[in-house]
Structure formats: structure tokens, C-alpha cells
Write a protein that binds this ligand. Sequence first.
Ligand code: HAM
Length: 437
Amino acid sequence: MSFKYQAFPGMEDILPGEVEKWQWVEEKARSLFSAKRFREIRTPLLEPTELFSRAIGETTDIVHKEMYTFQDRGERYMTLRPEMTASVARAVAEHGLLKTSPNLALFYIGPMFRAERPQAGRKRQFHQIGAELVNVPDRDPSQGAQGGDLTILLLINAFLRSVGISRLKFRINDLSLINGENGAQVRARIRDYFESHKAKLDPDSLYRLDKNVLRIFDSKVPGTKALADALPWNDVAPPSGHFLELIGKLSDAGMTVEQDPKLVRGLDYYTGVVFEAASASLGAQDALAGGGRYDRLYAEIGAPSVPCTGFSIGMERLLMVLEKNTPSLTEQMKDCRVYLIPIGEGPGSPEAAYLEEAALSLRGLGFLPEMAKPSLKLGDQLKRAAKAEVRYVVMAGEKELREGLYQVKNMDLNEQKEVKRGELFYHLTQQQGKTLV
Ligand code: HAM
């Protein structure tokens, strides 16, 4: 009889062997964001449904079609979070975090839920790494010349580069034109345009024409897409000098940036610069990350209004890109994978304890140490290490323990060195020729 239980489609187990890749990426994010003074926040997976419908917008696909919503035993409507920006805003407001700090730089890593049709790069339970700058306007004197938008775009670029992604393209748009102070006029011009081509619109887009004209740009229907492509943007919403200046600064920083007036993003809360990062290796689901400025979300959920910007990166898509990347993920991870072999009497031996202590400090420093299985011969252990694709093997026997040393073998160079107990981390990072961050 076959086993009858399976994970729900689009909700996947992350098994040993795979999970190390997740840990590697998460560690890179934690190190970089902490170095840039972003602090981690964690919020519940379940929130009141109304938080998301207010923050993200009733007419968005996420709220309209994709939320996992149910009534709990107290008949309250609850939703599994489809994203984190609304939850972070709720938490900041609920705990009055802005009373003790004028602005906040926060990051998060965790699962999100959207009832989409599962396919490669599109899951029902997926994971995001994200960051939010709270109460940081676009042009902020306290950040020097660098406003929040530039800070957040440089951060996402720095992170994606730190995990080795190089062929990145950013699409960017300025929604302050259509969602800002004069937005009503601009939206009216967009509505007039689609109204005059009403006969060519699909039924979903006709509904959006009445309810929220910008959502027409989300349409995947070819006829509607062609209409959206043909909209004369320079007449309807010409870019501001400030926006063009931002694009210039991003290009100066070496980023590939393409201005895309149709980029409206699938969430209603955006009010300013929005962006998506894409990678050539993702195919149809090519948005690796997205984000932008949202200056009215806090007011929308009944909190004091503060200007904010942020981004979220999809972990599954990031890992898909990394698998096809050069250098490959396995190659990159080699640098922080360490295999530890006690040359002694098995699990309870003083040598094993000595190496377990080293493994513990290496893990704290961002390495991924793995203790060798006891009871194998040294030759077999080294064969295993070669198979596990690790760059370094750390060994200790009775002599090393007595003298406070390790034998460190670089598997690629087939070189072995004696390293003093306090210098293991220094030695491993020196060999890489770089620090781990
Ligand atoms: P989003 O564009 O909805 O933005 O999602 C960000 C990223 O999450 C996407 O680019 C994609 O990589 C990943 N993602 C979204 N849906 C799925 C899915 N079903 N399966 C796999 N990956 C997915 C947000 O969520 C905003 N909270 C971003 C933001 C932060 N804006 C301001 N601050």
C-alpha cells in the first residue's frame, strides 16, 4: 500500500541537502543587512484579512483571487500573509516603534502564501527576503545626499551581487505621477485612452477600467497588453527630473536600469518609485524581486502617516537563478563548507569534542561545518569530503589536541597546513582571499 499523504501542490518540503543552500543565502542576507544597520523583524503568519485588503487593495489579484482566507473558531476572518510589508506596518504601528526611533531600517526572511497556479518559480507557499525603510522620504537630509529610494535600490543590488548574481536588470518606474498629488488627472488621461479602445479590452480589464484603471497593466491578455504598450506615455505622464537623476545615479553605480512606464506592480500601496529586478535565466517568471515607495500605506491602515520604501526578493526564484549562475551555487558554497574529521576514537572522543567546538564557532561566523561520520577510516572520510564538494577539511588527532592545532587541508589544491587553534577562521577566510560578507 502506498503512503497516502502528500504536501499540498505548490507547498514544498525543503530537505537536508537542499536546506544548506537556503541557509547559505539567508546567512548572506543577515550579514549584509546587519552590516548596513537593518534589524530583523518577525511577525505572525496569520493576520486579520482586513489588514491585507486595506493595505494591498481590494481590486488587486492578490486580494481578489490569491489569499488563503478562512474564519477561525471565533468567526474572525484570518488570512495567511501573502506578503510582509503590510504586516511590518501593522507591527510598527501597534508597538509604537517610531516613538523611540525617528526612522527604522528593518528586514525579514520568511514564508508567504498565495493561492496561485503552481509552476516553476511560482509556489503557493514561497519565501521572501525583504527590507523596509520606515519614515524615510525620497529626499532625506538625514541620509546625506542619498534618499531612501537610492538607499534601498543600492541595498538590493549589493545583496544580489553578494550572492553572485551578475546579469541583473532593473525595470523602474515613477508612480508618483499616477498615484501622487496630480495622480487623479493622469489616471483620468489613462482611463480616457482605454475608454476610447474599450472594444479591444478583455472582460477582466473592462471591470478594472471602472474599478482601478492601473490594474489593466497587470493583464496578460495579448490584445490588452498591446493596447497598454501603445499608450503614449510621454504625453500622459512625462518623467520628472528627479526620477531621471535617480536613474543616472543607479547607472553610475554600475546597475543596468531600464525605465518602464508600464510597471505599476501588483499591489495598490505604491506612491513613488517602483522597481523589479529580473534575471535572464528565469524565463516567464522573471521577476526575482520587486519593491518601491509607499507613502500612504500607514495612513491607509489607520496609523500616523509615514513615508516608506522597501523590497522583497523571492527565495525560490533566487535559488533557481543561482543554480544556473556562474560561478555555480555549489562552487560558491564550497568556500564556506568545512568538513571536520576527528582522528580518534569516535563520537565521544576528546578529538571529536575538540572539533565540535571548532564547528560551533565556525557556524557562528557564517561557515557551514559538517562533522564527519565517526568510525570510518581517514582515507574514506577524505573521499566523502571530496564528494561533499567542500573546499576545506579540518582534522585533529591526539597530537593536535595536545598542541592546540588543527590540520587544515585545501581539497582543491591538495595542500595541508598546520593552523593554530585561535587562527582557524583567519586562515580559512585568508585562503578565500575575501571575507564572508
Ligand atoms: P511582490 O512583487 O508581490 O512584492 O513579490 C516580491 C517577489 O516575491 C517577487 O518578485 C517574486 O520573486 C516573489 N514571489 C511572489 N509571488 C511568488 C510566488 N507565488 N511564488 C514564488 N515567488 C513569488 C511584494 O511582495 C512586496 N511586499 C515588495 C515590497 C516590499 N514593496 C515594498 N516593500
